[in-house]
Design a protein around this ligand. Sequence first.
Ligand code: BGC
Length: 368
Amino acid sequence: MKRFIKPIALMLVVLMVGVIAAACGNSGSGAKVSVGIVLPTKDEPRWVQDEQRFKDALSGTKYTTEILFSQGSSAKEKENVETLINKGIQVLIICPHDGAAAAAAVEAAKKEGITVIAYDRLITNTDAVDYYVTFDSLAVGAAQAQYLVDNAQGTGVPLYLYAGAASDNNAFLFFEGAWKVLQPKIADGTFKIANSSEAEALKGTAELTRDQLGAIIGQVTTNWDPNEAKNKAQTHLTAAPADMKGNVAILAPNDGTARSIADVFGTDSAVTSYLVTGQDAEKASIQYIIDGKQSMTVFKDVRTLVKDAMGMAVSILDGNTPETTGSYNNGTIDVKAKQTDVIVVDKNNVKAELIDSGYYEASEFTGL
Ligand code: BGC
């Protein structure tokens, strides 16, 4: 037997749905978002690239997303997270500007029952992170260091060390990975440290504690800022005696800082040649590699990281448990993680890895 809903009952149902939606904080504008994405800054090509890769990956998904940038400010980041909470997100994908300061933002999200995925950079000292998608950051640092070891000629090669921002957990992982490879080669006289008394004092120590890493990073940090990197490199070269010039090796933490450090070393007439590392495979650095101005970069295929993060978000929204491959301790808990490998790129394989693979267009470069 069929049952008919009387018009008055129907009106009541419509009214109640409206009341419930309002109570859920659905801001009236009707803009409901399922996945919120917060990225650290538009000022570095790396994160603009991530935004583009997210946009490419999102076309055609049934879930709605919104991407906000924090512009290097933890306060803005917290505001972004609050905006997204008010839009009803169920999953937050966040790459923190400052890994420790971001704890407050993700704790606010967690309180609303939102699942938090740390993206590329871990959020530290909080239990409010559910998952972490990342590249193998120890391997990034190790690959940079191995490149210097494999390509430096002779012994007593001056070694200039630079690091990322101390507020970024990755800066520790990159340096830790690099130090494990470099330290035995400093101990055996292949390299001599040119610009860090803290590293010099620890050159006999193979495994550094977090505090020891912090002491070195504090001295040679670029803060991920190409200008700061440039100023530091100038200061170091001005102070360097003649035996710290000639053919040198430079551990630069990423492409943005590598290019500005390379520009400084490239214009010092007492520097005969330099090897300089990088990471991110930024377009400008690919051109530097083609031109012989940067030695290598570590290619981190952002498409994979985006795919992993979105895959996790979708499986959470579908009520499933995302797949993980290991975990990272963030100082408070072990965060379940999915990790991606990296690829070393130099002049020899730049075309195969980045152009022939379709990551970039040949027309974006000259002299290929
Ligand atoms: C990222 C690098 C990036 C750096 C500066 C790190 O956390 O892993 O890819 O170059 O931050 O933004």
